[in-house]
Design a binder for this molecule. Sequence first.
Ligand SMILES: [Zn+2]
Length: 280
Amino acid sequence: MLVNLDYVLNLAEKGNFAIPAFNVYNMETVMGVLKAAEETKAPIIMQVYPRLMKEETGYFLSPVILAAAKRASVPVCFHLDHGPSELETTRSIRYGATGIMLDGSTLPFEENIALTKKVVETCKYVDVQVEGELGHVGTTKDAEMDEFTTAEDAKKFVEETGVACLAVAVGTAHGKYTKPPKLDIERIKAIREATNNTALVLHGGSGVPDEEIKKAVAAGIRKMNFATDICYAFLDCCLDELQKPDRTVAVDNFMKKPIDAVKDFCISRIKLVGADGKAK
Ligand SMILES: [Zn+2]
């Protein structure tokens, strides 16, 4: 069933686990993610980059995600990942998104608050909740990590914007790590405490050691993003299949194994964040 962001965050809060948020790119990744959620009876988020929403892909992909969510026996939230402006957030709602991320993390603090607050208020009219970002989560290619989120800033940000959840910079980055990151678990706990237990979000989950993820969830991470590793699961399997002399050329049949590779990866992450069996 298609649900909004609040619905899945509430499940995570009550059950002390994190909702896995999987980035999807095409029909096959949607199918793989959905199969994993159904098999493990897990509530999930399927999210899409604004790049895809901006291009023709979003026009075709959104109905696929909505069809999957509506047929699912488990709760599925359709979320915009890293929306940079009102243009993107409005377009995504028109496409049917039930969760929105407004990423104003590269703006000055007060401007981030003002823009996020505006989007939160608009989204309220259509019962869609908003994820904000404070403290920029950069990429693994960055020379050095940006400033980590402070508990004090997080408190002010959450109170003034009314976000449903907050992405924090506590040691992760987007992309493939050259060496495994170490997360600032104490900082996660401090931000939770300062924000009256607001649901926190960890971006850049691909490649973070399992033990670190478990500790982060125990400390209060309630949404855990996985994007890069979904791409690798899908493409590595395609490349392997292409090497085989007896490969099938019917695209639908060819895609069955890559879909299952995505499914297997997602099942492992669903279990890691404790979301298996938590669908309600
Ligand atoms: Zn991210």
